[in-house]
Design a protein around this ligand. Structure first.
Ligand code: ZN
Length: 267
């Protein structure tokens, strides 16, 4: 962690968001996919957490609250994955899908059809969930994601590990490409955001609601189009949602490094 990292101070009348964690299923992976010094024999079952973020605009639309869900976890019905994905998933057992993201929302009194926005950190199988559960949501993904779904991303990210028809394309928008970034081909349909840079912060950010309460962070490395969220939940209180950026606390403590893999099958 960067000790000197200074995040933007609150504005006068600063708006905040609230965050609730949602169970989105679980899967089992070799520990060697997480950290460099793992026991090669050990495996661990991990949750694919998703998050409900609520944002209320005091000035617009009579206190309209936007319900945004970050990541959708695993599909509850594995027949929605391609044959190649199902083969990949057979090496990630045991898995669980109950509750999935939609059920978790309902358990908390939120109807999936009332969700306004779904932001996917990236489109690995264990994060795309069941998009059809959110028939009224706008889907927002990182730049190049639609190209990745259609064509794959080279030998490290083979096409067969993605489902080309995964997202509701009429409601899907990519964030604009980051200036100087090395992404895949950007989609024509993009959100109207603008990437900005902060002093002392290495990654580009987008102010999602335009009021400093929720930032999308460009986080290349795990997969093309990977984005994170940085949420302001109070004065001096932030939550960083990394979506597969860091699977083990030893990485944060400097006791281990991020594991890398060479066959595209890390997810
Ligand atoms: Zn992933």
């Amino acid at each position: 962690m960067t000790e000197n990292l200074r995040l933007p101070p609150p504005a006068v009348g600063q708006n905040f968001v609230t965050i609730s964690a949602l169970e989105g299923g679980s899967l089992t992976l070799p520990k060697s996919l997480f950290i460099t010094n793992a026991d090669p024999e050990k495996r661990t079952t991990v949750p694919s957490l998703c998050f409900l973020i609520k944002h209320t605009s005091p000035s617009a639309d009579k206190n309209k609250t936007t319900k945004l869900v970050f990541d959708l976890g695993l599909k509850r019905d594995f027949s929605g994955y391609t044959a190649a994905q199902q083969h990949h998933i057979s090496q990630r057992q045991p898995t669980s899908t109950s509750p999935d993201t939609a059920a978790s929302l309902r358990n908390g009194g939120v109807k999936p059809e009332d969700v306004d926005v779904v932001v996917l950190s990236h489109v690995h199988w264990d994060h795309v969930g069941t998009p059809s559960d959110f028939p009224n949501a706008k889907f927002v993904v990182g730049s190049g994601t639609l190209d990745l779904l259609a064509n794959g991303g080279g030998y490290l990210y083979p096409k067969e590990l993605f489902h080309h028809d995964e997202l509701p394309f009429d409601r899907t928008y990519e964030l604009p490409p980051v200036e100087g970034g090395k992404g895949l081909r950007a989609a024509r349909k993009q959100t109207v955001h603008k990437w900005e840079k902060w002093d002392g912060f290495e990654l580009d950010v987008v102010d999602y609601f335009g009021d400093g309460s929720l930032f999308v962070v460009d986080a290349p490395g795990h997969l093309f189009g990977h984005v994170n969220l940085l949420a302001r939940i109070g004065v001096g209180r932030w939550v960083y949602l990394g979506g597969d950026c860091c699977h083990d606390v030893r990485i944060l403590k400097g006791e281990s490094d991020v594991a890398t893999y060479s066959d595209g099958c890390g997810g």
